[in-house]
Design a protein around this ligand. Structure first.
Ligand SMILES: Cc1cc2nc3c(=O)[nH]c(=O)nc-3n(C[C@H](O)[C@H](O)[C@H](O)COP(=O)(O)OP(=O)(O)OC[C@H]3O[C@@H](n4cnc5c(N)ncnc54)[C@H](O)[C@@H]3O)c2cc1C
Length: 474
């Protein structure tokens, strides 16, 4: 048992005010930490660069038209509406000063500085292109609502353009979908595009036959679903093949452009796949805040940007800073929602213990509740430790677990309706995608990082800094 971290007691004793807890991120780690502190005598500031909590495991369903973005991304402010000790602040955290104990966030040129007595950092991870960031232009990843909506537009748009095309090779290119990465996200995505083509869109076109679409799932690794045992990976591969997905393993992507993708096979042979739609579901890179904290605290940061934490999730010499979820590295724990949720709760409990003068737990112990991945409707794989199975019952279990975890009653109800439409019928209720969704990311990249707009539209530069601490910000 440790009693580390006199920071809370010191702050409270010297000023008489409540301890200030700053939480970075409204994902699984940040949100569950905030909720765990709902009855604690603290003032929480939750800073995140989006206004929503995102249920990332269902992003692929937004991309393929099953669910709407609102169903998997409820407003954080709404979730914490009744939690009086929590304030939600929009902003991208650009700096953390571990000496001054401040977190700086920026939104649309407006800078805010938040002082903390306790800090929980849960900024997650983004997509990694393994040093080939130029691939992103043609092969979007799937980490955010923006990504999912862009992909939705590209996927449905490819069928539209194919209907207009006349040259057979052009139709083939437009009706070829390549998913890079055969982990759970890639498997789910490939399965859903195949079902979309073969079930949902089967009768919707006159010139093209959507069921002839090629869906290719490729990976440099030698197996499908590497995190799962071989038996489940093989079951997933078999099922995917049965619904028409081509699986290409040992295939490393060497180039991506507008018209296709170049892969190098194990024997060194390079070949080109002509495909209009490429989806990147391989590799993660932790938030740059990990590197920033590593530089200040001496904690190690690995190649994927994850920061090594102490067994109690704190940083060396900084019992007041805890890092949880995808951006931390501890005992090779996987980047999954449960690690972030349990880490967030653990961090919050440590703060509560210190406030109450109780000893904190010396070690975060992760309880593995198993993992699952859907392959197609009515089919999934489930690894529950000693029990590993695939098929319909695995899918029912996936369904129940996800209904429980989709945050908020409103989302839960509409999500079930969306699933009923897609799984029992052939429909997909969310097929709309706008031009802005498809081209917005690329257009913004063209404008560069200096481009700023006002909230009401048009170019604008505030140049104004808001100091929420009452003193001038740096
Ligand atoms: C497509 C996909 C499918 C997945 N499927 C599964 C699954 O089936 N099962 C499973 O267990 N896990 C799954 N995962 C992994 C799971 O979603 C993550 O492990 C989990 O979200 C990690 O939680 P987190 O709190 O660490 O980070 P996130 O949930 O990513 O939250 C990070 C938060 O930090 C905010 N943020 C980031 N940078 C900044 C900044 N500089 N300033 C302010 N805010 C910032 C973000 O806006 C966000 O609110 C999936 C992930 C993806 C992308």
């Amino acid at each position: 048992m440790t009693t580390s971290g006199g920071s809370v007691t010191t702050a409270t004793q010297s000023t008489g005010r409540r301890p200030r807890v700053v939480i970075v991120g409204s994902g699984f780690g940040g949100l569950f930490a905030a909720k765990q502190l709902r009855k604690a005598p603290v003032d929480i500031t939750l800073v995140a660069k989006t206004t929503h909590h995102l249920f990332q495991p269902l992003l692929y369903q937004v991309a393929t038209g099953i669910l709407s973005e609102g169903e998997i991304a409820p407003a954080t402010r709404e979730i914490l509406r009744d939690q009086d000790n929590a304030r939600v602040v929009l902003g991208e955290v650009t700096d953390i000063d571990t000496t001054a104990r401040t977190v700086t966030s920026v939104v649309l040129g407006r800078t805010s500085v938040h002082e903390y007595d306790e800090l929980i950092v849960a900024a997650g991870a983004g997509q990694s292109y393994f040093g080939n960031d130029q691939f992103a232009e043609f092969a979007p990843g799937m980490k955010s609502i923006d990504d999912a909506l862009e992909l939705r537009g590209r996927i449905f748009g490819a069928f539209e353009l194919a209907e207009l095309a006349t040259a057979p090779e052009e139709i083939d290119r437009l009706l070829t979908f390549v998913v890079v990465g055969a982990g759970p996200t890639g498997v789910e995505m490939a399965g859903q595009i195949a079902e979309l083509a073969r079930r949902t869109l089967r009768k919707d076109f006159r010139h093209i036959d959507p069921t002839s679409a090629r869906v290719i799932l490729l990976d440099a690794a030698p197996k499908v679903l590497p995190p799962f045992v071989d038996k489940l990976g093989e079951a997933a591969a078999k099922k995917l093949k049965s619904i028409g997905v081509e699986i290409q393993l040992g295939a490393m992507v060497t180039d991506v452009d507008a018209d296709g993708i170049v892969v190098k096979d194990k024997d060194g042979h390079e070949r080109r796949i002509h495909a209009a739609t490429k989806i990147w579901a391989a590799g993660v890179q932790a938030s740059p805040l990990g590197k920033l904290l590593g530089e200040q605290t001496g904690a190690e940061v690995d190649r994927a940007g994850r920061i090594s934490v102490q067994p109690d999730l704190t940083l060396p010499g900084h019992p007041e800073i805890q890092v949880v979820g995808d951006m931390m590295s501890l005992n090779r724990l996987p980047g999954v929602a449960q690690v972030a949720i349990q880490g967030g709760r653990f961090a919050a409990s440590a703060i509560q213990a210190r406030i109450a003068g109780r000893p904190t737990k010396p070690e975060f112990v992760y309880h593995d509740k198993g993992s699952m991945a859907t392959i197609s409707r009515f089919d999934a794989v489930a690894d529950l430790g000693k029990i590993k199975f695939s098929g319909f019952f695995a899918w029912v279990m996936w369904l129940l677990v996800h209904i429980v975890y989709v945050v908020g009653f409103k989302s839960r109800f509409t999500t079930v309706v969306g699933w009923a439409v897609s799984f029992l019928g052939r429909g997909r209720g969310q097929r709309t995608a706008t031009q802005q969704q498809v081209y917005g990311r690329l257009a913004l990249e063209q404008l560069g990082s200096d481009f700023e707009v006002s909230k009401t539209g048009g170019r604008h530069h505030y140049g104004e800094k808001v100091d929420v601490t009452g003193r001038e910000s740096a």
